[in-house]
Design a binder for this molecule. Structure first.
Ligand code: ADP
Length: 474
C-alpha cells in the first residue's frame, strides 16, 4: 500500500494487509455514471453515498444512493465536484471505505488519488503513481516505448520552442498534430498540414492547453491519415495479473470526441486483434496496472497499430464490453479494490469470451441542426426505446426532469446487443425510433443517420467519417 508514514494511524485498518472488505462507497461524480456505480454497489450489498452540488439538488441521481450529501456550497457548478478536501471530509465523516471517481472530474487527478491514500480511503481505480504517469501523455508514451509497444512517431519530450517543432517536421514531414501533454476529452489538439501554420498553431495550442488544463506542456505527433480508433479494455489486480476484455472501435467521432462505440471492432483481422490486445496487456503489465483501464491505439490504413494513450479509469463506453463479455466491470473494479485477484474472480484470459456485438450511442441534449449547440430545460415528454437487447444507462430520463445547462450534455447511453453487428444495429435503430423526447432537443436524428449510413453498416468507418458526411446532420 502506498500510504505515507504520516497518515499510518488513520489508515491502520488497511495497512496490515491488501485485503479489505468494502462496505460503503462514495461516488465523487454525478449523473448516469454515479447511478451506474450505485447499482453495482447495491447488487454487492454495499452501501452507496452520493455527493451533489447546489445545482444538482433536485437531480435524480442523488435519490439512487443510500445517502447523499451536499458539497461545494457557494462554488461554481463544476468546481463543487473538484473540491478534494470537502469530498474527503464527507467520506471520512460518514464511514466511507472507498471512493469511485467515475469518469471526468477527479478521475484522472493524481492529487485526488494521493489524498484518498493519505486519508486511508481506497480509491476504486489505479494507484496514484499510475494515475500520475498515465495523466502525462509524454510519460505514458515513454512507458509504451519501454514496454516494446509501437507508438505514433512523436517528440520524446515536451517541446518548448517552435524550432523543436520545425526540427520534428523536417524529420517526419507533415501533417503533424500538436497535443497537450496533460490534455483529454478531445481538447488541446491541433492538426498542421501547412508549414506556414506551424508557429501560429504551436502558440495557440500552448495557450489553449494552459487555459484548459492548467499546464501548457505540448508535444508533437505525426498525424495519421484515416485512422481507426481501437482501444483495449484491461483489468489488472494487486498481484500483477493482467487480462484484456477485447477491443472497442470508437472511430465514430466528432471533433475527436466519441459518439458511437462498438465492441468488438468490425472487420478486424484476427492477427491484428491479437497484436493489439497482446501489446495492451504487455504495457499494463509493465506499469503494474491495478484495476480497470483502457489502452488506446490508432490503426492506420496498412493495418499497423500505434499507441496513443492510456485512460486510467472507467470509460463512458465500458458498457459495450460488458455486453459482449458478460463481465460487470464496475463490480470487478470494486472486488479488485478489495484486494481480490483476477483468478479468484474467475477472470482468466482463456475464459473471457466474446459473445456477439454491441453498440453504444451517446444521446445528448444537443441540436444537430444548430451545430450541436447544447439545449437545456424541462423534458416535457420522455419515452424510451426498450425491448430485448436494449440497455439504457441514464439519469434524468423521465418526463418533468430538468436538463441543467451547467454540466455535460449526455442525456443517456443506449446500448444494443445482439449476435452480430447488423443485428445489433437494427435493434439500436429500432430503439432510437421508439424514443419520444420533447421539450429539449436531442441528437437522436443524427444518431439514426449514422446507423443508417452504408459505411457504418459495412463496418468500414474511420475517424474522418462524420466530417466527410455532412448529410448526417440533416
Ligand atoms: P484525448 O485524450 O483528448 O481523448 P487522444 O489522444 O485520445 O485525446 O485522441 C483523441 C482522438 O484524436 C483520437 O481518437 C483520434 O481520432 C485523434 N488523434 C489523436 N492523435 C492522433 C494522431 N496522431 N493522428 C491522427 N489522429 C489522432
Amino acid at each position: 500500500l502506498l500510504i505515507p508514514s504520516s497518515s499510518r494511524a488513520s489508515s491502520y485498518r488497511f495497512a496490515s494487509s491488501e485485503r479489505r472488505k468494502i462496505s460503503k462507497v462514495l461516488v465523487a461524480n454525478r449523473g448516469e455514471i454515479s447511478i451506474r456505480v450505485f447499482r453495482a454497489c447495491s447488487e454487492l450489498g454495499i452501501r452507496s453515498v452520493a455527493v451533489y452540488s447546489e445545482q444538482d439538488k433536485m437531480h435524480m441521481f442523488r435519490q439512487k444512493a443510500d445517502e447523499s450529501y451536499l458539497i461545494g456550497a457557494g462554488l461554481e457548478p463544476v468546481a463543487a465536484y473538484l473540491n478534494i478536501p470537502e469530498i474527503i471530509h464527507v467520506a471520512k465523516n460518514n464511514g466511507v471505505d472507498a471512493i469511485h471517481p467515475g469518469y471526468g472530474f477527479l478521475s484522472e487527478r493524481s492529487d485526488f488519488a494521493e489524498a484518498c491514500e493519505r486519508a486511508g480511503i481506497k480509491l476504486i481505480g489505479p494507484r496514484s503513481k499510475t494515475v500520475k504517469q498515465m495523466g502525462d501523455k509524454v510519460a505514458a508514451r515513454q512507458a509504451a516505448i519501454a514496454a516494446g509497444v509501437p507508438v505514433v512517431p512523436g517528440t520524446e519530450n515536451p517541446i518548448t520552442t517552435v524550432a523543436e517543432a520545425k526540427e520534428f517536421v523536417a524529420q517526419h514531414g507533415l501533417p503533424v498534430i500538436f497535443k497537450a501533454a496533460f490534455g483529454g476529452g478531445g481538447r488541446g489538439m491541433r492538426v498542421v498540414r501547412d508549414p506556414d501554420e506551424l508557429e501560429e498553431n504551436f502558440q495557440r495550442a500552448t495557450s489553449e492547453a494552459l487555459a484548459a488544463f492548467g499546464n501548457g506542456s505540448m508535444f508533437l505527433e505525426k498525424f495519421i491519415e484515416r485512422p481507426r480508433h481501437i482501444e483495449v479494455q484491461i483489468l489488472g489486480d494487486s498481484a500483477g495479473n493482467v487480462v484484456h476484455l477485447y477491443e472497442r472501435d470508437c472511430s465514430v467521432q466528432r471533433r475527436h470526441q466519441k459518439v458511437v462505440e462498438l465492441a468488438p471492432a468490425p472487420r478486424l483481422p484476427v492477427e491484428v486483434r491479437d497484436r493489439i490486445t497482446t501489446d495492451a496487456v504487455n504495457l499494463m503489465k509493465y506499469v503494474q496496472y491495478e484495476n480497470a483501464g483502457t489502452v488506446e491505439f490508432l490503426l492506420d490504413d496498412k493495418g499497423n497499430h500505434h499507441f496513443i494513450e492510456v485512460n486510467a479509469r472507467l470509460q463512458v463506453e465500458h458498457t459495450v464490453t460488458e455486453e459482449v463479455t458478460g463481465i460487470d466491470l464496475v463490480q470487478a473494479q470494486i472486488k479488485i479494490a478489495e484486494g481480490q485477484t483476477l483468478p479468484e474472480l474467475g477472470l482468466n484470459q482463456n475464459n473471457i469470451e466474446l459473445r456477439g456485438a454491441a453498440i453504444q450511442c451517446r444521446v445528448t441534449t444537443e441540436d444537430p441542426a444548430l451545430n450541436f449547440q447544447p439545449d437545456s430545460g424541462r423534458l416535457e415528454v420522455f419515452r424510451s426505446g426498450e425491448g430485448m437487447g436494449i440497455r439504457l444507462d441514464g439519469a434524468a430520463t423521465f418526463a418533468g426532469a430538468i436538463i441543467s445547462p451547467y454540466y455535460d450534455s449526455l442525456l443517456c447511453k443506449i446500448i444494443a446487443h445482439s449476435h452480430d453487428l447488423p443485428a445489433a444495429s437494427a435493434k439500436m435503430s429500432r430503439a432510437l425510433r421508439e424514443f419520444r423526447v420533447r421539450g429539449v432537443k436531442t441528437n437522436i436524428p443524427f444518431l439514426l443517420n449514422v446507423l443508417d449510413h452504408e459505411k457504418f453498416q459495412d463496418g468500414t468507418i474511420d475517424t474522418y467519417f462524420i466530417d466527410e458526411n455532412p448529410s448526417l446532420f440533416q
